[in-house]
Design a protein around this ligand. Sequence first.
Ligand SMILES: Cc1ncc(C[n+]2csc(CCOP(=O)(O)OP(=O)(O)O)c2C)c(N)n1
Length: 532
Amino acid sequence: MANVREASFELFREHGMTTIFGNPGSTELPMLAEFPDDFRYILGLQEAVVVGMADGYAQASGLTTHVNLHTAPGVGNAMGAIFNAQANKSPLLVTAGQQVRAHITIQANLTNRDAIRVVDPFVKWSYEPPRAEDVPLALARGIHTASLPPRGPAFVSLPMDDWTEEVPDSDYTHAVSRQTKARAGADPEIVADLAKRLADAKNPVLVAGPDIEASGAWDTAVALAERQKLPVFASPATGGGRLGFPEGHPLFQGVLPPAIGPITETLKGRDLILVVGSSVFPYYPYIPGPYLPEGASLVAITSDPDEAARAPMGESVVADVALTLQALLDAVPEGNRAEPDPLPDPVPGEETDPMTPTMVNHTLGEVFPDDGIVVLEAPSATLSVRNQLRISRPGSYFFGAGGGLGFGLSAAIGVQIAQPDRPVVCVLGEGSAQYAISGLWTAAAYKVPVTFLVLRNEEYAILKWFAENEEVKGAPGLDLPAVDTAEIADGYGIPSKRVSGREELREALRSGFESEGPELVEVPVAPGMALF
Ligand SMILES: Cc1ncc(C[n+]2csc(CCOP(=O)(O)OP(=O)(O)O)c2C)c(N)n1
C-alpha cells in the first residue's frame, strides 16, 4: 500500500509533471519530504512569480504544470497571476497546503478558511478533498480538468497531514494511469457549408488568434490562407498571448486594433470574416461602433464554448481548431482572388537621443536569432515589437493575454526552462519589471539564460496615453523616475549593462543571446507610445 505522497508523485510522474514550481511554507513541507531525484523544484521568491513561471513553462512545453503555493497568503499573492493563466489558457495544476484537518474547523493559524471559494472565479475547478485517501484522485481530476479544452488552471487545497496517510491500491492505481482525450472536430456538414461560403466569398479575410498556435494548427492556417489567397490579420494584441500566423508572410496584413469601432473600420468591405482560435474580440479600450461592417458575416472557430457564447455577433463553431482548420483546408478549392499587397518592411524611424522604442525594437530585430523567442511586457511598445520583429515561427512569442503585469518577467524564465536550446529575450517596461522583480533571483540561481531587455522611459507611458483617450487630466502616479533596474539586477546576481546607441545595444544583446546565464540590458528610451 502506498501513502498519499507516493501515490501522488506517481501520478505526477505519469503525466510528465516532474518540474514543480513553488514557494514553500510549513504547510507544504510534508508534500516535499523525501523529494524524489527524478523531480525538480524551481523556487520562486513570491507567489505571483511562481505562477507566472509555471504559466510560461506550461505554454512553452505544452505540459500541464504543477504549481505549489503556501496556504491562504500564498494563494492570495498569486491571484493576479492565476487570473493571467486563465486568460492565457495555461494548463496549471495549482495546489496549496492547508492546515491539519483537525485544525481547520477551529481555524488555527494559517487555515485557508475558505480555500475553495477564494480562487474560484479564476480557475476551472476548485476543490478540497473530503478524505486524505481522495487526494490522488482529486489531483488526477485537477490535471484532467486543466488540460481539457479550453485549458486553464485548476486548484486543489491539500491538508498537510494527508501526505503520510495510506491509500488502498484500488483507490488510486487506475487514476494514476488513465488518460483523457478531447480533440473533437466539427460537424462535417458545418465544415462543408463553411468551405462553400469561403470559396464563394468575394472579399474574405482570416483573423488569426493564439489558439491556432496552441492547438498545433500553424501550418494548416498558412496552407488555408495560401490556398484561398486570404489576407490575414492577427487578432488584437491585447488578447493575443501567442501568434496565430507568421507575421513576415506576404499575406499578413497587420494586427487588428483592439476596440469595437476601429476593428469594424479596419475590416470594412469584407464580406466574410473568418476568426480562428480567438475570442471575438479581446476589446480594450471601449470605442463604440457597429460590431460588423455593412454586408459582412463573421464565423469564429474556437474550442472554448464560453468564447462562443459571449461573442456579441457572428456565428461560432465550437470544435478543435487544428482538426477543423484541416477539414476546411481539405474542402476548399484553390482560390483565384488577387493577393493583397504585402506590408512594407519595418523602418527604424528617426535617430534620437535617447532612442525611440521603435529604434530599439528595430535593433533587436537585426540581431534576433532565427530560433529566438520573445516574451513581451512593455505596454507602450507592444505594437512596435510586433511590427518591428514580424515573428514568423510558431512558439516564438508569449504575451500576457490577461493584462496583469508581472507575467512577462516570470513567464520568460518558465519559457526558457521549457525551451533550454532556444535564446529567449524578455522585453520589459521598467514599470512592468517591478511586479515580478524577484524572479531575477530564480533566473540567477538556476542559471536560466534569459536576456532581459528593459526599456526605461521613466513613466507609465501607456497610462498617459489612456489618460488622454479617457480625457483624464491631472492624474497622479504616472511618472516613474529613478528606478534603476540594472542595479537591482546586480543585487540579484545578474550581470547587467546600461546601454545607449544602437551599436552598444546590438553588442549587449548578442552577448545576452550567447551567454550561458541570464543578463539584463537596460536602455533609456524616449517617452510616449510607440505604434511602429
Ligand atoms: C497587476 C497590474 N497592475 C497595474 C496595471 C496597470 N498598468 C497597465 S500598464 C502600466 C504601466 C506599465 O509601465 P511600464 O512597464 O514602464 O511600461 P510603459 O507603459 O512605460 O511602456 C500599469 C501600471 C496592470 N496592468 N497590472
